[in-house]
Design a protein around this ligand. Structure first.
Ligand SMILES: [Zn+2]
Length: 276
């Protein structure tokens, strides 16, 4: 799933590889997928996008937002975006193909679920999940500071929650999802089950620093090793706590990494470094 390190990485690659290209043709909804969310009829995508030039891209929380001359393209969650620099094998299944005037292509295919949206600049895309991501400071910016973080955590209803729910649900921190969460908590030495109101002031500060530094490291290294970038290559940040490391020794202490189902997803942690 795309999270902030990956949406930022992919946006940077779009800025390097796609800016200046003009959309020549578009195929949407080619492979039926129950959980590929489109905001328009498939036939409308070509009308909105064809003839548009790519101007820029950025990561907005879990979203990759692409600005074209007269429209926007937006991708999120489990969308696999790939750039195809020349005519060649395209994915067998795809939900969006954007062909450019120089013969290159951008393809988007959905894994478990994901959204592919586009709209004209003269209209609005009224999607609350996206609007929330736009309205909050990114953890990669200075606006996301310790004062802001402590304000986010202050409400009594939030204080009662386990750390997984605090950090990775309700879009409290756009772009921080269940994937990035695991290493953030491992770096801070905190268990995902632990309730926020049991943390000392110092632990809250550690948690803040880990949110900032871990997401920054993941982004600077081109995303997490468990996800792929626009060229189909895994990210350079080696994830310590994930499905691949379950049962392996913790890098810090050697204890076996544990997996548990918790709050509608898996959590991975070191029972020794991250006691409950
Ligand atoms: Zn450990």
């Amino acid at each position: 799933m795309l999270e902030l390190p990956e949406t930022t990485t992919i946006a940077q690659q779009i800025n390097q590889l796609l800016v200046g290209k003009t959309v020549s043709s578009v195929i949407a909804g080619h492979s039926p997928h129950k959980f590929a969310w489109l905001n328009l009829e498939p036939s409308e995508y070509a009308k909105v996008l064809a003839g548009n030039r790519v101007l820029s891209a950025r990561g907005v929380g879990m979203f990759v937002e692409v600005t074209l001359s007269n429209s926007y393209l937006l991708f999120h969650d489990g969308v696999n975006l790939r750039f195809h620099p020349e005519a060649g094998p395209l994915p067998a299944k795809h939900q969006l193909l954007v062909n450019f005037d120089d013969g290159t292509t951008l393809s988007a295919s959905v894994g478990m679920y994901g959204g592919l949206y586009c709209w004209e600049k003269s209209s609005n895309f009224d999607y609350s999940y996206y609007q929330t991501a736009l309205s909050k400071p990114s953890p990669l910016t200075e606006d996301f500071n310790e004062t802001y973080f402590r304000e986010l955590l202050a409400p009594a209803a939030v204080q009662k929650l386990p750390l997984k729910a605090v950090l990775a649900t309700e879009q409290r921190i756009p772009g921080l999802g269940n994937g990035s969460l695991q290493d953030i908590l491992w770096q801070a030495g905190l268990n995902p089950h632990r309730k926020l109101n049991t943390l000392s002031d110092e632990k809250v500060e550690n948690l803040f620093l880990s949110v900032k530094e871990t997401l920054k490291a993941m982004t600077e290294q081109g995303g997490r090793s468990t996800e792929k970038n626009l060229l189909g290559q895994p990210g350079g940040y080696p994830v310590q706590m994930c499905a691949d490391t379950k049962g392996e020794p913790c890098l810090r202490c050697g204890t076996e990494i544990r997996k548990e189902a918790f709050l509608g997803g898996s959590v991975y942690f070191c029972p020794d470094c991250q006691p409950i």
